[in-house]
Design a protein around this ligand. Structure first.
Ligand SMILES: Cc1ncc(COP(=O)(O)O)c(C=O)c1O
Length: 375
């Protein structure tokens, strides 16, 4: 991907802080992952939490996505309002309010619901009884993140047997796992090994369940850093990356992609030059977040990559200020100059934004947030 202007040049002067998506890079990332999935015969079920935007969901479907992964019922409801209706809720659901919302969703959508306990399954069984229908579930396997999920092998088999015995209206469609521990990897080799562990956790457990009379359709893995290695263990049939539509400084730090692939930036304006080695921008933690990697330490310095300013680092954030210091010789930007920053973690940046600017299309485009809030 060639650039015609130096990295630090920004063609548009934004009201800042501005969240900006480079459409051509977004499209490239979507196509690239779709090609990988098609080459290996994987269903591609991207995680919508990365963008929560119907415009991007549409592009993903146009490029071969078979459905969506959601963490929230509200994400599925947003997609449903835009004519998508195939979801894996890769999250454990508990409590009467969630069951009521799920009930509404089941009216109109094909949903597979994540489950990792007999208690959780019983709640779903109760709903299935009330609805007089079968509910599809996928068992979550813990492939090393140690978040939700049963251990691969006999622990997952025991859960499956208990559900088969106690929950006649639940159909176990398959298994899914998310190797989020990949975000703490320090080398590409380590990423590859984590990806293999991730895949083995569901492939081997699926074989065990099949040997015990279960019919397993879905063998699903998913994280952006491990996605590219999903074909190394035969048997996986679905991948669920989310962040790949944008990538970000954490992915660059992990060596997943070069920074040229990052499709989302935050543009900030320099508002102060209080010292010879320091400038301050009008963008802080409310926009960029304090994220250095949810499951490990980001290998990038500071709170993002300052495009075209390799001798500067965004060292400190308060809510509405970012403090940039010199780490090597070179000029400082002027007051009023704008800087594009690849954030450490793109997904929450978009989550907080009320709108995004889209560049690389013929006309100036703004995509308003399609949903706010976390429920
Ligand atoms: C269950 C599940 N699947 C898939 C993903 C997508 O991972 P990534 O954002 O690394 O692409 C996540 C991310 O949090 C997840 O929790």
């Amino acid at each position: 991907m060639k650039r015609l202007v130096p990295e630090r040049m920004i063609n548009v002067y934004f009201d800042t802080p501005a969240v900006v998506i480079d459409y051509q890079k977004l499209l490239y990332n979507i196509q690239d992952m779709a090609t990988y999935a098609a080459e290996h015969n994987f269903a591609l079920r991207p995680h919508v939490k990365a963008h929560r935007l119907p415009q991007i969901a549409k592009l993903q479907i146009e490029h071969g996505a078979t459905g969506f992964t959601c963490a929230k019922i509200s994400e599925a409801a947003m997609l449903l309002a835009h004519q998508h209706n195939d979801f894996l809720l890769a999250h454990q659901l508990a409590g009467p309010i969630k069951m009521k919302k799920l009930n509404q969703l089941l009216e109109q959508a094909d949903v597979i619901i994540g489950c990792d306990s007999v208690e959780g399954a019983s709640l779903l069984q109760q709903l299935a009884t009330e609805r007089a229908q079968t509910i599809n579930i996928a068992l979550e396997v813990d492939s090393g993140l140690h978040r939700c999920g049963t251990q691969p092998g006999s622990e997952t088999l025991e859960l499956a047997i208990a559900i088969r015995r106690q929950c006649p209206n639940l159909r176990i469609k398959g298994l899914f796992t998310h190797a989020g521990q990949a975000y703490a990897a320090t080398s590409r080799e380590q990423l590859r090994e984590i990806a293999k562990i991730e895949a083995h956790s569901v492939v081997d457990t699926a074989a065990l369940l099949t040997a015990n009379g279960f019919s397993i359709d879905l063998i699903s893995v998913g994280s952006t850093p491990t996605a590219q290695f999903s074909h190394l263990v035969p048997g996986v049939n679905e991948i669920r990356p989310g962040n790949y539509v944008f990538y970000d400084a954490i992915q660059v730090g992990l060596g997943v992609v070069p920074q040229e692939r990052c499709a989302l930036t935050v543009v900030a304006t320099v508002i102060s030059r209080p010292a010879a080695d320091r400038v301050v921008i009008d963008t802080g933690s409310k926009v960029l977040g304090l994220d250095k990697g949810a499951h490990g330490i980001s290998l990038v310095r500071g709170f993002g990559i300052l495009l075209g300013w390799p001798h500067l680092s965004l060292e400190r954030l308060s809510e509405e200020h970012g403090v940039i210091i010199k780490t090597a010789d070179g000029p400082l930007p002027e007051i009023g100059q704008q800087i594009a920053i690849i954030p450490n973690h793109a997904c929450p940046v978009l989550y907080r934004a009320d709108l995004v600017h889209v560049t690389g299309l013929n006309e100036e485009t703004v995509w308003p947030s399609a949903m706010r809030g976390s429920r």
